[in-house]
Ligand binder design. Sequence first.
Ligand code: UDP
Ligand code: MG
Length: 327
Amino acid sequence: MEKDGKKLLSVVVSVYNEELVLGDFYMETKQILESIAWDYELIFVNDGSQDTSLLKLEELVKRDVHVRLVNFSRNFGHEAAMIAGIDYSRGDGVICMDADLQHPPECIPKVIEKFEAGYGVINLIRTKNKDAGRLKNVTSAGFYKVLNLLSPVKFEANASDFIAISKSAADVLRNEYREKVRFLRGYVQSLGFPKTSISYEAKERRAGESKYSIRKLMKFSVNSLLCFSDMPLKLGVYSGIFMAMVGLILMIYTIYSKVVYGTPSGYATIVVLLCFMFSLLMIIMGIIGEYIAILFTEVKGRPIYIVERVEENKELEDCGEIPCLRK
Ligand code: UDP
Ligand code: MG
């Protein structure tokens, strides 16, 4: 979407109870956006904040023609907010970033350079995460190791939710990737398109608290793994073959001890084997259950997010139609 010969950059920001940082974020990002050669729109997706974030965003929409607000009817989660932002963006390039200034706006000019050079997917790779404790860094690295081991798609370790994609890549996400259980940064890496990366240092959260609890992170990691790999399902087959071999060896041993010593192996062996077999069965059933839960969610086909209202300054209207409203 070119306006006055300038390309348009859409910056998508997910906001959930960020009243303490919104002001800083807006000022710092705006300063950078004013200095780039592209025109820009700042799309704030309010993900059901219970604090004064919404009021602050409404104020920004009134004051600034570049700001658009997409207000969710309730909290749908960070990924849903990013997807909504991409759906509502009209830019030739889209950048998704967090509102807490952990994703430095100083990277935006570098991203524009990459867009100009024709890249379609730009991964912003975290070199350091000052906010995360040792445990979070180690588990994050472990997560990517397991994911790369199990999934046919190879992922860049330390890829974050700070992503930049071209209009064509955004169109693919808008039209083709409508899964309810999803792993957005994974999709982005598997899209293809000319790909490049920029590294950045994740700063400390400027204010407020992280919205990701350990429980949320665990759920997110399990779902992401299951979204990209059917390997866990095959675990049943492999462990079945393994157990059949163990059973065969045990059978030979039992016959042997009966023939040679006259005593077949005893009660303890049976108990141990039963415990082992049943726990294995339960684990496999659990894994199948997880996949069924995902299938159930997909089949129900409920929306990824529900928008209560969109607010924008009238002057933005000449930027063209909002892609997701065109259908
Ligand atoms: N966020 C959101 N919905 C949620 C949780 C978080 O839109 O349910 C937003 C949040 O406002 C922030 C971004 O997602 O802009 C990243 O969240 P956070 O900083 O809490 O995650 P962390 O950086 O600790 O992984
Ligand atoms: Mg953060």
